[in-house]
Design a protein around this ligand. Structure first.
Ligand code: RAM
Length: 514
């Protein structure tokens, strides 16, 4: 991919310092699965500092989600160790991870994401510092084999937790409602953990910068930490390594050096426009707008090439896939059209902000025609909701995106969403990720359905909180809380910043000091 040295050099100057915080375990616990499948976690004081033999286990609880580096102080009792201690460490964001068998995972993304290590320790006492960064609340140490001549003792454990989020800058959230306060708190923690050198999608997996995730993390950040320079860095990173045709990648690696991934996504590339626009609204950073404006407009041009004579986006493949959600059954044609409209609308404002009035007018003309065309094309006269693809699939995603794109006005949009709620759930293709739920809440708000939007936040994110979450998950389908598109939940991320929606929406629209 062509690298743009000028933008890359600017980006290199912008990486933040990580703030390090020492964290100790708050207790040791035992975790049991009860008959109804729920977990029971209880403190076990006697457990810590206990002398461990082969097959013994110790679970340390660090009190909240942590992203960082673990050090264990190990000692022994009994005779001089006559063989190494062979131990296994497992790190869990969600205690459920302890009940999944690594050997049974046969999914399609790498099992190397599973946070587990086996180590041999030869000399005691020792301070064992693991080189890898982990994301977890619980750490389980299992003694695989300890010679009968001695016992292993964990004398101390500590974590060097890292994040670029500065808690002293966190804006207050004013609410008298304990439930929304809690929903916000978990979202802020999620964001905090994902704010590293860049906005990572999740500190367990994929530990990197994805554009669709960045859009939502930036929105949550403007209402909470307001560390806008981190958004700026991420925008420069995307713009600094684009394809030959000028398309921004779906995600970027930053180590050992900046390099765009080969994966391309139609929707993620278009969201570069919306993310830049929102950054500009927040910061009025003219230099950034001047540096990145053409990159943003290029995404729209590339997408416009995919439109047929009828104005409908056809074969998407020149720009990669259209992601929308982790619903593998979803027909994405209607969503793609809605996303194009949504970003076209943002491109008009971006062009005006830049002072490119001629372009803004041309885009506005296109937008006004296309909203009508899109409504006519995707609206099913029989059911009065949007349908997508040859099979005329009805989905939440299609409705939400065409509403957000402006294919219908707020009043009609509200009716469409009402109609969908009244439909048989098995006739409607559902939402799988918190990423898509964010879009749903956004659509409700766009239609003026403020109570329903708040209800959706409380119900969906509240259900994760009720499941014991410390941070919000990458995937959550209330119908099937433990499903995974990867072929196994053990690789799911349980701290994923595309699910920070409560912080963004609650602080923006539902606060007592408005
Ligand atoms: C997941 C990533 C990321 C998302 C992509 C499409 O694998 O973790 O959050 O943007 O999917």
């Amino acid at each position: 991919m062509p690298k743009i040295p000028y933008l890359r050099d600017k980006a290199m100057q912008m990486f933040p310092e990580l703030i390090e915080t020492p964290v100790s375990p708050v207790r040791t616990v035992q975790i049991e699965k009860t008959e109804n499948g729920k977990l029971r976690i209880f403190e076990d004081r006697a457990y810590f500092l206990r002398e461990m033999s082969s097959e013994d286990e110790l679970i340390l609880d660090f009190g909240d989600h942590q992203t960082g580096y673990l050090t264990l102080e190990l000692a022994t009792s009994g005779r001089h160790p006559d063989a190494p201690a062979w131990i296994e460490l497992q790190f869990a964001e969600n205690p459920r991870e302890f009940f999944e068998k690594v050997s049974e995972y046969k999914g399609w993304i790498s099992s190397a994401w599973i946070q587990t290590e086996q180590l041999h320790v030869d000399v005691f006492p020792t301070s064992l510092s693991l080189p890898r960064r982990y994301a977890f609340r619980y750490v389980k140490l299992r003694a695989i084999n300890i010679s009968q001549n001695y016992k292993l003792i964990v004398k101390d454990a500590r974590v060097r937790a890292v994040s670029s989020a500065d808690d002293s800058r966190l804006l207050p959230y004013v609410t008298g409602d304990a439930r929304t306060a809690r929903l916000d708190r978990l979202a802020v923690r999620t964001l905090h953990e994902c704010m590293q050198k860049v906005f990572e999608d999740g500190p367990k997996r994929d530990r990197r910068l994805w554009l669709g995730d960045l859009r939502m993390e930036a929105l949550a950040n403007y209402e909470s930490y307001r560390q806008n320079d981190l958004v700026k860095l991420c925008l420069y990173l995307f713009a600094s390594d684009v394809t030959d045709r000028g398309q921004v990648a779906a995600n970027i690696f930053v180590e050992p050096e900046i390099e765009a991934d080969f994966a391309l996504m139609f929707d993620y590339s278009l969201f570069f426009i919306s993310t830049l626009l929102e950054y500009y609204r927040q910061s009025q950073d003219r230099e950034c707008l001047e540096d990145l404006y053409e990159t943003a407009m290029r995404q729209l041009e590339l997408a416009a090439e995919l439109k047929g004579k009828d104005g409908i986006i056809g074969d998407l493949s020149p720009m990669g896939i259209c992601f929308v959600d982790w619903n593998l059954e979803l027909d994405k044609a209607a969503s793609a059209q809605g996303i194009y409209l949504y970003c076209l609308k943002d491109a008009i404002e971006l062009a005006r902000s830049f002072g490119d009035e001629k372009r803004a007018e041309a885009l506005e003309e296109e937008y006004n025609e296309l909203t009508v065309v899109s409504r006519d094309y995707f609206m099913d006269p029989k059911t009065s909701v949007f349908v997508s693809g040859e099979k005329q699939q009805i989905s939440w995603a299609s409705q939400c995106w065409l509403i957000l794109g402006g294919a219908v006005d707020a009043k009609e949009g509200a009716h469409i969403l009402e109609r969908l709620k009244a439909m048989d759930a098995d006739k409607v293709s559902g939402m799988v990720s918190p990423y898509m739920r964010h879009v749903y809440v956004d659509a409700l708000i766009a239609c003026g359905q403020m109570d329903d939007a708040l209800g959706a936040l409380k119900e969906y994110w509240g259900a994760m909180a009720d499941e014991g979450a410390d941070t919000y998950w990458e995937l959550f389908n209330p119908e099937n809380p433990h499903e995974s598109p990867y072929g196994g939940t053990i690789v799911n991320s349980y701290c994923h910043a595309w699910s920070c929606a409560p912080t963004y929406f609650l602080r923006k629209y539902y606060r007592d000091d408005l």
